[in-house]
Design a protein around this ligand. Structure first.
Ligand code: F6P
Length: 522
């Protein structure tokens, strides 16, 4: 069974949503909050992940109509198609199976009639044994010294995912220092090389295609730098690769036993769960890497089995569609209240915008409604002192996800209380604002009555600005896996509803072609 190709705007559910929007568009979050059960009715707890979506411009009817839309376009069947390995990436003639990479079940998944689970298990065993050798110091460099530094050479999905996870799990890191080289800007690689000793550095070249200009240029530059002090016979001790392109790896001089597999049924931006995540495993140890995968699997099971009304990725996807397609919101903010998650917004920009930035539907027709949202963000509380002014009082509607952890990792409870108070404070300010009456009273009681006439309009917060809270008990490899998988499934759900193909990325090709042409003519 393939995906349905239904234009969402032509469905009965869409028509009902359009009418419903006319009815409730002026109802405020403050008014919804008069219901004492609001928070309870508009939140979902799944294991250690609590999602509060009560501060949105939605009623129970909105959710029910959006859920009907999801049903009408065949989301349930689409989820099954994805998990069972059907070729849902039609334009590239591929299955989409990053979920298989983290599956602990024995259920076979067939690609071209062959069960892929044994290859996944074999790759995991290889990652584990390699990780253990390097982290224990048994793996030696060409002068007999243990490895101290890892350099991941890759770009896009072969960089952003591993980089984001390594940064997010810094608390769990071992003695190895991990670096990431991605940009073709030679100054990037030069700055990284500067810190390295070739005798104790291991390079992980990550490229699904092994044709990417940036990655190959950086790998060549690094190899040449390495060969200034070592010989080509030392390369096996210092260079490993993750790719589907065995021939190109061989040409580069990497030995077969140093190659970790990648498969065409894993999209680059969803590949951190494959050997593309080798630098994660090296940085935090295999057990933590496996816990990350297990967390993602828990979210997969939730997404696959839970009713849409209680399904976190589905609900967040539907609410985002509500703003994107009915309120004409253009962007959404992702605001983690954890310094560890500082790279999450950049990672999500690729995952979301490369997936759902499409203007042609699954029938090949030009789309006349809005699809992929623009995603941006930064960490709290820093961003409160930067861009939040616009989110609070600007002219644009920017729905935001606030991500927080109940517990901090180092246990500075005083800091953590302040951090979380800020998270809740921001959400309340956005939702409920401050009325003219409140500003009036405030100025009066602080003895600034004479300023009321001039200052009052500037100090009013109209509120009614939507946000979700994603609150997790503690930042662990497992909970991080759940969080990332949550967003992956949100992307999938939105792609299905918008009737687009989320797993190709032809839009990145033209610029590459033109750059190559320009290079040739130079
Ligand atoms: O820029 C597009 C893209 O194809 C991404 O989707 C991908 O993650 C990145 O380039 C890197 O590709 P590769 O892993 O093949 O080097």
């Amino acid at each position: 069974m393939s995906l349905h190709n239904i234009n969402p705007t032509k469905t009965l559910s869409w028509e009902k949503l359009t009418n419903h929007f006319q009815d409730i568009q002026h109802t405020t979050i403050k008014e919804y909050y008069k219901d004492p059960n609001r928070k309870q009715d508009f939140s979902i707890q799944f294991q250690d992940v609590f999602v509060d979506f009560s501060k949105n411009r939605i009623s129970k009817e909105t959710i029910s109509l959006l859920v009907n839309l999801a049903k009408e376009v065949g989301l349930k069947e689409a989820i099954e198609s994805q998990f069972s390995g059907e070729v849902i990436n039609v334009t590239e003639n591929r299955a989409v199976l990053h979920t298989a990479l983290r599956s602990n079940s024995d259920e076979p998944i067939l690609v071209d009639g062959k069960n892929i689970k044994p290859q996944i298990q074999a790759a995991l065993r290889k990652i584990k044994s390699f990780t253990n050798k390097v982290t224990s110091g048994k793996w030696k460099g060409y002068t007999g010294k243990p490895i101290t530094d890892i350099v991941n050479i890759g770009i896009g999905g072969s960089d952003l995912g591993p980089d984001m996870i390594v940064e997010s799990l810094k608390f769990y890191k071992n003695q190895l220092n991990t670096h990431f080289v991605s940009n073709v800007d030679g100054d990037h690689v030069s700055e990284i090389i500067k810190k390295l000793n070739p005798e104790t550095t291991l390079f992980v070249i990550v490229s699904k295609t092994f044709t990417t200009q940036e990655t190959l240029s950086n790998a060549e530059t690094i190899k040449n730098w390495f060969l200034k002090s070592a010989t080509i016979f030392d390369i096996p001790k210092h260079f490993v690769a993750v790719s589907t392109n065995l021939e190109a790896i061989d040409n580069f001089g990497i030995s077969k036993e140093n190659v970790f597999p990648m498969w065409d049924w894993v999209g680059g931006r969803f590949s951190l769960w494959s050997a593309v995540g080798l630098s994660i495993s090296l940085s935090v140890g295999f057990e933590n890497y496996k816990a990350l995968l297990d967390g993602a699997e828990a979210m997969d099971i939730h997404f696959r089995n839970e009713d849409f009304e209680n399904n976190i990725p589905v609900i967040l996807a539907l609410i985002s569609i509500w703003y994107n397609n009915f309120y004409n919101a253009e962007t959404e903010a992702v605001l983690p209240y954890s310094q560890y998650l500082s790279k999450l917004p950049a990672y999500l920009q690729q995952a979301i915008m490369e997936s759902n930035g499409k203007g042609v539907d699954r029938n090949g027709d030009k789309i006349d409604y809005q699809t992929g949202t623009i995603v941006w963000g930064s960490t709290g509380t820093n961003m409160q002192h930067a861009f939040m002014q616009l989110v609070h009082q600007g002219t644009k509607l920017i729905p935001a996800d606030f991500i927080g952890f109940k517990e901090s990792l180092y246990g500075l409870t005083d800091h953590h209380k302040k951090l979380m108070a800020n998270l809740y404070g921001q959400m309340d300010a956005l939702a409920f604002g401050k009325t003219a009456e409140e500003v009036h009273l405030e100025l009066k009681s602080s003895g600034k009555e004479d300023k009321i006439a001039t200052l009052l309009p500037f100090k009013v917060f109209e509120g009614n600005r939507p946000s979700n809270a994603i609150l997790i008990d503690k930042l662990t490899p497992e909970s991080l896996g759940k969080l990332v998988a949550l967003y992956e499934h949100k992307i999938f759900t939105q792609g299905i509803l918008w009737n687009i193909y989320s797993y190709d990325q032809f839009g990145v090709e033209l610029g590459k072609e033109l750059a190559n042409k320009l290079l040739k003519n130079q």
